[in-house]
Design a protein around this ligand. Structure first.
Ligand code: NAD
Length: 496
């Protein structure tokens, strides 16, 4: 039986790619190949950009309320396809169905945010800024926008981008991760069903060659990227050197501080969910736990007991599994090697999930590595798997100082009942997204996703009003209407 070959969406039609280069798409729960994805190059990129560029003028001229109504219709279709989409994510990514459902919900919230575009798009004005002169600022779309997305959120991350870009009057080319192209195609099909005009949203599949061709294309105005830090940095550098607007979110190393006064049960459950949920493949996953003071032994013991009881297994056929597979076998091997390396450097393996499930898919259970030193590679590198390192500290300030030497700056959490400690943590931890008694402090659609340091390259983040700013440029108009020749000056008219 021949395998399903994923198609590009260009100018409103799903079409086969011209290339003969394909990659395999897997079901990580079984290790089975479920589709083939084209690795497009310059020719397909040119066709996608031309479709988006040709659709731009009419889409920009479409009344903003019509662009908002497209999102209202899209939202309804997403709701009615909620289960189907969630199961599709689970099939090609491997996360549990409940994790997929949470991801689709977060994505729909961005669509809901986008429905408010008539208010969000409003400009400003000031009458009589100088004698007889009025000033106004209006928003305009930036043009053809591109979104390059990672494998770990096949629906949510694309939906961080294209709904906002489209309601602002831009046209869009989505280049999803070649590891999870099926969800992106389904999201695009639903937008077509909602009556999106041809060329307004295009989907192009591929890897590095395709990304480079998109960045270099002179008709592309803006690039949104989410993925690993080295690629984020190079996309940012290449894109800005070509004069484009770029927002590039990268990898992370997220800390969770547990203060001695924290409720142990709450902290353990939240820490385990934040560290091992989605197999640790979240940019907001906790990767380092920092117990402060003498609670370390008991915290590690409770964590190991709780995490060791989580069920690991295939997610596409069984609904009540706690932890699904990782994306590829090579990734399982890489994550397992990071645990080996930590042990060689002197850390203590408190929980070893490397043999947690023996099946055909790509499995690795929760691992806890205790007595980690900040200089060890397990403490410095992004692992992106279910591995939690424990760095023991004597005080909150020691933990805060650790954040200053971390090259990432995505998220961090604290568990405490002490308001002063929470406030000091909020103000002095070196990261852009902070959780206080919240394990995964990922901002929802109405707020920006504010990574700092090596976790973000650019100025304006995705989501919220920063998303609107990124996808629009402003024009200020000064207008003078002078009094007609020969007329005397008109005083302001007030009631006599
Ligand atoms: P990745 O960097 O390998 O790939 C991301 C995208 O870039 C994909 O579309 C891929 O095709 C493309 N790409 C890969 N290599 C490229 C290259 N050399 N040149 C140009 N394009 C290239 O990332 P991934 O493995 O798919 O995703 C996991 C990473 O994404 C993790 O580092 C995670 O922390 C990060 N992430 C960050 C956020 C955030 O908001 N900061 C959110 C989700 C994921």
């Amino acid at each position: 039986m021949s395998l399903h070959q994923v198609q590009n969406l260009i100018n409103g039609d799903f079409v086969s790619a011209a290339t003969d280069r394909y990659d395999e798409v897997f079901n990580p729960s079984t290790g089975e190949v479920i589709a083939q994805v084209p690795l497009c190059g310059v020719a397909e990129t040119a066709a996608a950009v031309s479709a988006a560029a040709n659709a731009l003028a009419a889409w920009d001229a479409t009344p903003i309320i019509e662009r908002a109504r497209l999102m209202f219709r899209y939202r309804e279709l997403l709701e009615s396809s909620f289960d189907e989409l969630s199961r599709l994510i689970t099939r090609e990514h491997g996360k549990t169905v409940s994790e997929s459902r949470a991801e689709v919900r977060r994505g729909i919230e961005v669509v809901e945010f986008s429905c408010g575009i008539p208010s969000l798009f409003m400009g400003q004005s000031l009458s009589n800024i100088a004698t007889d002169v009025d000033a106004e600022v209006l928003r305009h779309p930036v043009g053809v926008c591109v979104g390059i997305t990672p494998y770990n959120f096949p629906a949510m991350v694309p939906m961080w981008m294209f709904p906002i870009a489209l309601v602002c009057g831009n046209t869009f080319i989505l280049k999803p991760s070649e590891k999870v192209p099926l969800t992106a195609v389904r999201l695009a099909e639903l937008l077509q069903e909602a009556d999106c005009p041809p060329g307004v949203l295009n989907v192009l599949h591929g890897g590095r060659e395709c990304v480079d061709a998109l960045i270099d294309h002179p008709d592309v105005a803006a690039i949104s990227f989410v993925g690993s830090s080295p690629v984020a940095k190079s996309v940012y550098t290449r894109g800005t050197a070509a004069g484009k607007r770029v927002q590039a979110a990268g990898g992370a190393k997220n800390f969770c501080i547990v203060m001695p006064d924290a409720d142990p049960e709450t902290a353990v459950k939240a820490l385990a969910a934040a560290s091992f949920g989605c197999g640790g493949q979240r940019c907001m996953a906790t990767s380092i736990a920092i117990p402060v003071g003498d609670i370390a032994d008991s915290l590690v013991e409770k964590l190991a007991s709780h995490a060791g009881s989580l069920s690991v297994g295939p997610t596409d056929t069984v609904d009540d599994v706690d932890l699904g597979p990782l994306i590829r076998q090579q990734h399982v091997d890489r994550v397992a090697m990071s645990v080996d390396a930590a042990a060689k450097e002197g850390a203590v393996i408190a929980l070893d999930g490397r043999k947690a499930f023996a099946g055909d898919g790509f499995f690795l259970g929760p691992c806890i590595v205790d007595e980690v030193h900040p200089t060890m590679s397990v403490a410095r590198e992004e692992i992106f798997g279910p591995v939690l390192s424990v760095i023991r500290t004597a005080s909150l300030d020691e933990a805060l100082r650790l954040s200053q030497s971390c090259r990432f700056g995505n998220g961090a959490s604290i568990f405490t009942r002490d308001g002063y400690a929470a406030r000091r943590f909020r103000d002095h931890f070196n990261a852009g997204m902070i959780g206080i008694n919240v394990g995964v402090p990922a901002p929802m659609a109405w707020f920006p996703f504010t990574g700092w340091s090596g976790s973000f390259f650019g100025d304006l983040h995705v989501q919220g009003t920063e998303g609107i700013q990124f996808y629009t440029r402003q024009k200020v108009t000064l207008t003078r209407w002078m009094k007609p020749e020969g007329e005397s000056h008109h005083d302001p008219i007030w009631k006599e």
